[in-house]
Design a protein around this ligand. Structure first.
Ligand code: ATP
Length: 254
């Protein structure tokens, strides 16, 4: 679904991504891990078509996303940025419904069903009428997640969709982190959906991801199933920190 072929990108004279080759498949939750500044958000922005590579190629379903008109692209991929700048006095339901703007053909009953479904997925049904500016950080995050999830759920009706989530569990409490990641795994299994997320919590990646990419200083250090790449030697090299296995296979830093 998503392919990076020898992708490099330079920003402000610095090589931010260097010869990245990797792929994400439909049915799979792929987690992108690495230190601050490693290039994770930049890689998602390339996948989303917001940036174009200097060298190499990025493809969604065989098409370079930066060459596609935004309104058409929005019917095939959804992206949650790391920080959603949004200051309008909308309700949570209205924020979520923005995700359906690329699908003007939807009827009222379909819109209602999709909205109810995603508000349930992010445990935000009780927030539906609350005003966005008056929400807590985690509640805002759940509203923004509802917006991109509803977009992805409308998109899969027409074909495979790529869902890109930059730090989706940021600001979420442990229960909502687990609810969200479990829901993403279920959606991947049930729908023609490929999900790529950035994560800083290695233990969450170990539990929920099917594939992991480890990114360090713009280069791919390793890619593969979590039990193969989320191992102390690679994690120690990734974060430049001692790493060992703790009780119940937990990864322990420091
Ligand atoms: N608009 C920009 N112009 C120039 N350089 C940028 C820009 N955005 C990001 N960078 C640089 O690119 C590098 C990678 O940034 P990126 O945001 O992709 O990192 P990240 O891995 O997502 O980090 P974090 O974990 O802190 O979110 C950083 O060195 C950053 O300073």
């Amino acid at each position: 679904m998503l392919r990076f072929a020898d992708v490099s990108l330079n920003r402000d004279g610095r090589e931010v991504l260097d010869q990245i080759s990797a792929g994400a498949e439909v049915g799979c939750l792929t987690a992108l891990l690495g230190p601050n500044g490693a290039g994770k958000s930049t890689l998602l922005a390339l996948a989303a078509g917001e940036l174009r590579p200097d060298r190499g190629a990025v493809h969604i379903d065989g098409i370079a996303p930066h060459t596609v008109r935004p309104e058409l692209l929005a019917r095939h991929r959804a992206i949650l940025p790391q920080q959603a700048a949004f200051d309008f006095d909308f309700s949570v339901a209205e924020v979520a419904l923005l995700g359906l703007s690329p699908f003007p053909e939807l009827r009222e009953a379909e819109i209602r069903a999709l909205l109810d479904s995603v508000l349930g997925l992010v445990d935000a049904a009780q927030l539906a009428e609350r005003r966005y500016p008056a929400l807590s950080g985690g509640e805002r995050q759940r509203a923004q997640l509802a917006r991109v999830l509803v977009q992805a759920m409308a998109a899969v009706v027409h074909g495979p969709c790529l869902l890109l989530l930059d730090e989706p569990v940021a600001n979420l409490d442990p229960r909502h982190q687990h609810l969200l990641l479990a829901a993403l795994v279920k959606l991947c299994a049930a729908l023609p959906l490929a999900v790529v997320i950035t994560l800083h919590d290695v233990n969450l990646a170990l539990r929920y991801a099917q594939q992991c990419w480890l990114l360090r200083q713009g280069r791919l250090l390793a890619a593969g199933p979590p039990d193969e790449v989320l191992v102390p030697p690679l994690l120690s090299a990734l974060y430049n920190l001692p790493v060992r296995r703790g009780a119940a296979d937990m990864i322990v830093f420091g």
